[in-house]
Design a protein around this ligand. Structure first.
Ligand SMILES: C[S@@+](CC[C@H](N)C(=O)[O-])C[C@H]1O[C@@H](n2cnc3c(N)ncnc32)[C@H](O)[C@@H]1O
Length: 378
């Protein structure tokens, strides 16, 4: 069970809840205060620590920068807690802690996942976090949650997390096992969003084999089924994906491929080679148009001179056509996705760096091919 404690909730908290909250945080607190466990006054000092903590909790409703506590409960026991404070207009994640008897059971992840929906409801788009440079466990956990490290200050690494990206990661983790089934039923019905999936798969295969491209970067690789025919022909595949469950499926389909778990922008900063082909199939639409253009421009440096970017997706030539498509499928349309529109790309910075060709597959899907304009600095 998940609970949100705002200022009002904290004012009314029962002593049992306060005690349970403290039990979660009561892990090596003596060590933090340089108190030896052999100290003759250990019990008194432990009581002082507890009093300080409870005093802090009770003061939260009166602190301007306090936003909310988030709490995960299992069998009536609080097992994981964290809070969000607002400092200099930024929402900061603090005090994430799981009860020592419940470590390694995924409770912190569940807590954060639930919290994201509350933050989204509140209209909060980004949260920040600071981690001590030597705290490797916390780094790894931040990466697992999808946090991106954007700097270092004194003894802390600075992290940020996009709330929508975090929710998308959860959705794809949950959807992973049923994803292929959804594709099959949508394409069988010939309806949005996957009408044209098989045709796109064939066209991507054809484009890449025709030019004998051998190294392929699949952005948003999903379960790997789209790119698998090329893997089976011996092409070298690197897959990037936000969802660990999707990567696990892709790995089982393509055991010798390489994978990077992470958000597109962060993952490409880890690349150390150029590719013959970079493929997005049904994946780039998770970014806003601004971020799509930004990412496509950044990818220029990872593309061989003769290389190409291929985008296969729900797509139209113009915004007006996209509006008509949306009306046609209004009952099932996803308004949180930004399907590629040819005119938006053609009117952007992209045309300075790429020649863009566009082929409609059917009324829902289309395929873009970007080839590098040579002699242009990226
Ligand atoms: C609809 S699936 C498409 C999977 C596969 N390419 C296909 O054609 O079947 C989109 C995939 O993109 C991944 N994804 C979405 N947004 C992402 C992002 N910002 N960074 C990395 N992966 C992302 C999702 O986790 C998901 O696996």
């Amino acid at each position: 069970m998940f609970e949100v404690w705002n200022k009002k909730t904290i004012e009314r908290l029962s002593n049992v809840k306060k005690q349970q909250w403290f039990d979660v945080l009561n892990y090596r607190l003596e060590e933090d205060r340089d108190i030896s466990l052999d100290d003759s006054e250990l019990i008194t000092k432990q009581k002082e620590i507890k009093d300080d903590y409870i005093k802090y909790l009770e003061s939260c409703p009166y602190q301007d920068n306090f936003f909310k506590y988030y709490v995960f409960i299992e069998d009536d026991i609080i097992v994981s807690v964290c809070r969000i404070n607002m400092i200099n207009d930024r929402y900061i994640l603090e005090g994430l802690q799981t009860h020592k008897d419940y470590f390694h059971k995924g409770y912190a992840m569940k807590l954060i996942n639930h919290m994201m929906y509350d933050l989204k409801k509140e209209g909060i788009t980004t949260i920040y976090s600071e981690v001590r440079t030597w705290n490797n466990v916390s780094h790894a956990f931040h990466h697992k949650l999808g946090f991106i490290q954007y700097g270092k200050e004194n003894q802390n690494y600075l992290f940020q997390l996009d709330v929508n990206t975090s929710i998308r990661r959860q959705l794809f983790d949950t959807w992973a096992s049923g994803y292929h089934h959804s594709v099959i039923s949508s394409k069988k019905l010939g309806t949005y969003p996957f009408a044209g999936y098989s045709e796109l798969k064939y066209r991507i295969f054809e484009l890449i084999t025709q030019y004998q491209k051998t190294s392929i970067l699949d952005m948003g690789v999903g379960d790997g089924k789209m790119i698998m025919p090329l893997y089976q022909l011996g092409y070298t595949i690197t897959g990037i994906d936000l969802s660990l469950n999707m990567i696990e499926l892709a790995k089982s389909n393509m055991p010798n491929a390489s994978f990077i778990h992470g958000e597109f922008h962060e993952a490409i900063s880890l690349l150390n080679q150029c590719y013959d082909a970079i493929v997005f199939s049904y994946a780039i639409h998770h970014l806003t148009y601004h971020d799509q253009i930004d990412l496509l421009l950044s990818l220029n440096q990872y593309l061989h001179e003769e290389g190409m970017i291929i985008i296969g997706d729900v797509s139209t030539k113009t915004q007006h056509e996209m509006e008509l498509l949306r009306e046609k499928y209004i009952d099932i349309w996803d308004d949180e996705e930004y399907y590629p529109i040819e005119s938006i790309y053609q009117q952007s910075e992209l045309i300075k760096h790429y020649v863009i060709s566009y082929v409609k597959i059917n009324d829902v899907a289309a395929i873009f091919q970007f080839t590098k304009k040579l002699g242009i600095e990226s």
